[in-house]
Design a protein around this ligand. Sequence first.
Ligand SMILES: Nc1ncnc2[nH]cnc12
Ligand SMILES: [Zn+2]
Length: 340
Amino acid sequence: MTDAFIATLPKAELHVHLEGTLEPELLFALAARNDVPLPWSDVNQARAAYTFTGLEHFLPLLFRSASVLRTGQDFYDLAHAYLTRAAADGVRRAEMFLGVQTFLDAGVPIAYQLDNVLAAIADARADLGIDSALIVTSQRHRSQAAALEVLDLIQPWCERIIGIGLGAAERGNPPVKFADYFATARARGYRTTIHAGEDGPADYVREALDVCKPDRIDHGVAAIDDPALVARLRDEAIPLTVCPLSNVALRVVQSMAAHPLRIMSEAGLLVTVNSDDPPYFGGYVNDNYEAVRTHLGLDRATLADLARNSFRASFDDPAHVAAHLADIDGHAEMVKHASR
Ligand SMILES: Nc1ncnc2[nH]cnc12
Ligand SMILES: [Zn+2]
């Protein structure tokens, strides 16, 4: 069960792939709706398949499952379901990835994808009081030319997309391959973020900083192997969007007890806690906070600092960030008094 302090702590989620939030129940409903065959006979069999040897094992399953999304309504339903769940976890601000190439491959027009995710964002703001924003990601196992095509395709929506990211198979696809993609994205006014140092080495994190100049690094856990890089990340206050349950599920770390998040936090890094692909890795953002609380022995002050980091690292307006930080102070005070 989630600790009450965590459950009600205001937080931002900055690293979540919308296609990776597809719960098995919705997966089966969309497969039936769109007449897409699945390799599993029911929800339980699908869940049982969610055990992975690593990132390279996980990605094909993710892409296969995501291929059930075909209509605009599917994208609305997916985003609405995630935002409803996130709001229940005390998420006040969500910055969500959408890997559009998977769906373009299946013949889903870009407008179906973006218009409907953006509609779900607007409705969730009005109905659930959760603020959210969209980050479009490209896949690094494809060419840079393909990633640049994504930038051109989304240009009509540029005012409503907050950022650009890069995900998928890291090893063998170093950041330098996407130097022009990031330069172009920045020139077009997007904030930028890149998966680096997930199952790739610390050197990929350094190269990402040098070549891609991102606003944030997604994962970045491999940086802990390199003290000079840790010092640089700290001095430059580069946010790291860490996903503890994902790292255990994809065998990036051996166990939750062995996760470097506490060491990273104590080294002064701007670490945040996120869910990545929640149904696949065993939990949403609060489950991730709860896992690090339990296995790394984090106290409430540290958990509140992680939540503060999540707002500071967000792409939100400074005035909103300040208001969220004040809410966290109020939350921590309230809990202190209640426990006296
Ligand atoms: N953990 C992960 N790493 C890279 N790309 C991803 N896309 C979805 N989840 C991912
Ligand atoms: Zn990710």
